[in-house]
Design a protein around this ligand. Structure first.
Ligand code: MCN
Ligand code: CUM
Length: 808
């Protein structure tokens, strides 16, 4: 047989790995045809909404629902007392704590769910909420974790034993009634000794403020209990639909096969949609009670004030070095504010997430980390927002410590990084705090970044600017922000990563249709990352069918294989690997079919792009399309009909993406307004599946980094009132604030991943925040600045200038 097209054209036709294939999901999104949870409308569907506590800490003396029940359209009002007989007034959190579904005797943060009003529509529910009378007795409020550890005020009375004893928590002994856990990594005494005897030591305390991912679509669900068949269907904004199914089964007693969880299109997750919220439980109960479907959808304030926040880490560090800048030790202590319940979405064994990657990209021989988790009167959560399980905090910490050490050494911060980077030949590299970095080439990336931005030229320009400023010729300072990050994504090896006891493997199941197209289902769920596009590309390259002929389906637990979902940038490292492995199983069977059809031995055919060819006789071949057909219509001795495969993948290690970022910023000292002149981002996520999607991920992550570094925060007053609960006060950047990002890359494949890919979804945020922050701080370095806390909003930048005497 003769080919009409070249091999290169055959490769192009597949739109496989490395192709900037356009996103297939955008056809529906750009035409308003997405199907989000709030688009689901069922016959007789009711609406539920919450009465929420206006107080951050209050005893609940009484709840009177009579007037609310009089409102036309209001059908029921649930309180903790109604849930208690079902054992559903509290629910387990992902962090081994428990959380009130509805306030049980007291409220612990402003906005906490107190009662659930179920009505015929959203308006009636809102009217009902107004008329639920709750009698509160205000209690002293604690919003500062340091104060919490000294206070006599006990926040979690449920966690105090008789005679005031403090029982152990899920992560060991607790030091105080408001203390949750102490978590340690590394070697304490050796680290302290190295630092005590070091030639140079830099110390700094920093606060990575509380913020919130604020996805455009808030959280919500629709619960529908079919009492005839005993089947519960739950649609919702779930980043981990299978885990939600298991949790719902465990807490409700409904058998798992009778529960179907569906994540429809999700309008951004960013970790906000990993955990389980009271709204889910109340909707399920309300549907069981009323026999009708019940919808619950948050409004913006509900979302910002009560669902999974991010960060709130108070970090104190000591870093030691020789006089010429070789780092010898690192010590880090964190006081972590977890709010009223410990609901961090971390793997069980890591109550502070992967904070112990805080030695960063540097070869630091000795290190010690200690994290204290603390209860306060704030909303629960803590692990969300492109954080890779606290890697955001870890990288911010080390990238600030490096800058502070550079000041102490009077050394260039780029050079300090270079002389301390882990060297290419040291990989796989075991860090002092335990992780085994799989691969990296930091020097190459750093040199490329600095060369591209003309780092030396920038420093010369900055020096001139300082002179000009001092001479009164300009009121603008120039900052050069540097950051180099190492990410850790792809949780995770089942041996050390689980959530609620569920091992963090992931899965892919492929079914090839007779005509040579296919459907693949995965245990993950896209929230905007473009999985329908990219996973089809992995398969196209693995099985030789065009990506355009492969449907990717996620998020329906009745059809998808069990998986742990999408967060921690784990989809590519784990489900992507499962996809490649399932593809290889398809290929192995296809090889036998091809050999039979070509009348040669199995080993005499080899895979080539979209076909199997007879070795040494390329004109003799069977295309994958032909093989697919044969799988269904030919009786092949010894081979079952059909062409399907499933793979559950337990990764041997995490993957360690990295990157080098540079930000050039001009700062007006009189207005405090920063202007980002240039932002360069080099990312290395190993083998790249879709360069355009990677670029989109980088743009998104950087924009969220800009937000966090330059203004966005969830701020509380002393009474525990959320001061930034609306988009009037909570900074969401628009095209106006966002600079033109320059993206770049190097490729250092993961040695253990079947296609060498590492994750990328969170990298730009992890590396971006310190880069923006370092740019602000670097602008003030020549005037004596050492460290100022984020968010660097205009007022705080102005204040820094003022404190440094630049307005005198
Ligand atoms: N990709 C690629 N080549 C690689 C690595 C990734 O082409 N070497 C592609 C992937 O195929 C996928 C995308 O990049 O289409 C992101 O992949 P990955 O890094 O594996 O991350 P996940 O798919 O697991 O997404 C989770 C990650 C997280 S944890 C947050 S938080 C975040 C992020 O994704 N939330 C997002 N990016 C987001 N982007 C959008 N639009 N919406 C969110 O909610
Ligand atoms: Cu930490 S945010 Mo993402 O893992 O969904």
């Amino acid at each position: 047989m003769k080919d009409e097209i070249t091999r290169e054209e055959r490769v192009d036709n597949l739109k496989g790995m490395g192709c900037s294939r356009k996103r297939v999901e955008d056809a529906r999104f750009t035409q308003g045809k997405g199907n989000y949870v709030d688009d689901i409308k069922l016959d007789g569907m009711l609406f539920g909404d919450f009465v929420r506590s206006p107080y951050a800490h209050a005893r609940i003396k009484n709840i009177d629902t009579a007037a609310a029940l009089e409102v036309p359209g209001v059908l029921a009002v649930l309180t903790a007392a109604d849930l208690e007989p079902l054992g559903l007034h509290w629910m387990p959190t992902l962090a081994g704590d428990k959380q009130m579904v509805l306030a049980d005797g007291k409220a612990l943060f402003q906005g906490q769910e107190v009662a659930f009003v179920v009505a015929e529509d959203r308006y009636a529910a809102a009217d009902g909420i107004e008329l639920v009378e709750v009698e509160y007795e205000e209690l002293p409020v604690i919003v500062d974790p340091f104060e919490a550890l000294k206070s006599d005020v006990v926040l979690r009375e449920d966690l105090v034993g008789e005679d005031g004893a403090i029982p152990d928590g899920a992560h060991g002994p607790r030091k105080h009634p408001n203390h949750i856990f102490t978590w340690e990594a590394g070697d304490k005494d050796p680290t302290e000794e190295v630092i005590a005897n070091a030639e140079v030591v830099a110390e700094e305390s920093m606060y990575y403020h509380r913020t919130h991912p604020c996805p455009l679509e808030t959280c919500g669900c629709v619960a529908s209990m079919d009492k005839v068949n005993g089947k519960l269907t739950l649609w919702g904004t779930f980043q981990a639909p299978h885990a939600i199914r298991t949790v719902v089964s465990l807490i409700s007693g409904i058998e798992e096969h009778n529960i179907r969880v569906i994540s429809p299109d999700i309008g951004g997750g960013f970790g906000n949609k990993v955990g389980a919220y009271p709204g889910y439980v109340c909707s399920v109960v309300a549907s069981i009670v009323t026999g009708k479907p019940v919808k619950w959808i948050e409004d913006r304030m509900d979302n910002l004030m009560t669902t999974a926040f991010a960060r709130d880490y108070h970090m104190t560090g000591k870093i030691s070095a020789t006089k010429d800048g070789k780092i010898t030790g690192l010590h880090c202590h964190v006081t972590a504010d977890h709010g009223g319940f410990d609901a961090c979405a971390d793997p069980t064994k890591f109550p502070a997430g992967f904070m112990n990657i805080c030695t960063g990209s540097y070869d630091i021989p000795t290190a010690y980390l200690e994290v204290d988790g603390v209860y306060t009167n704030k909303a629960p959560g803590g692990v969300s927002y492109r954080c890779s399980f606290r890697v955001t905090e870890a990288v911010y910490f080390i990238e600030r410590m490096i800058e502070v050490l550079a000041i102490e050494l009077n050394m260039d911060a780029a050079e300090l990084r270079r002389i301390n980077f882990i060297k290419k030949e040291q990989f796989p590299y075991t860090a002092a705090l335990g992780w085994e970095y799989d691969s990296g080439d930091y020097h190459t990336a750093w040199d490329k970044a600095l060369k591209t931005v003309d780092y030396d030229g920038l420093r010369a320009e900055q020096a001139q600017r300082v002179e000009d400023f001092k001479a009164g010729k300009t009121r603008k300072l120039m900052g050069i922000g540097l950051s180099f990050f190492t990410e850790i994504v792809g949780a995770g090896p089942v041996k050390n990563c689980d959530i609620l006891g569920l091992g963090m493997f992931d899965s892919c199941e492929i079914r090839i249709h007779p005509t040579g197209s296919a459907i693949a289902r995965l245990g993950t769920i896209s929230q905007g990352q473009g999985h329908a596009t990219t996973f089809a590309q992995i398969l196209a390259s693995e099985i030789g069918l065009p990506a355009d002929s492969i449907t990717i389906e996620e998020g329906d637990t009745d059809t998808a294989p069990y998986g742990l979902g999408t967060y921690g940038s784990r989809s590519t490292p784990v489900a992507g690997a499962a996809t490649a492995m399932a593809g290889r199983k398809i290929r192995a069977k296809a090889q036998m079919i091809a050999a039979y059809l070509l009348e040669v031995h199995d080993n005499d055919v080899e895979f080539d792009v979209d076909r199997f060819v007879v070795k040494g006789a390329p004109e003799k071949f069977k295309t994958m399309k032909e093989i697919a057909f044969a799988a269904y219509n030919q009786a092949i001795p010894g081979i079952e009909p059909g062409l399907e495969a499933v793979s559950y993948y337990d990764p041997p290690n995490m993957t360690y993406p990295f990157g080098a970022y540079v930000c050039v910023m001009d700062i007006d000292v009189d207005t405090g307004v920063p202007e980002i002149r240039r932002f360069y981002a080099l990312d290395d996520c190993g083998t790249r599946i879709n360069p355009m999607i990677i670029e989109g991920q980088v743009h998104g992550g950087l924009t969220e980094a800009l937000a966090v570094a330059l203004g966005q925060e969830i701020a509380y007053d002393d009474m525990g009132n959320v001061k930034t609960g609306t988009l009037m006060d909570f900074f969401l950047p628009t095209a106006w604030e966002v600079p033109n990002y320059e993206t770049d890359f190097t490729v250092t494949p993961s040695p253990h991943h079947p296609i060498g890919a590492k994750g990328v979804g969170e990298s730009p945020h992890v590396g971006g925040v310190p880069c923006f922050s370092n740019a602000v701080q670097d602008a003030f370095r020549p005037f004596g600045n050492r460290h100022t806390n984020m968010p660097h909003d205009h007022w705080r930048i102005w204040r820094t200038a003022n404190e440094l005497g630049l307005h005198d």
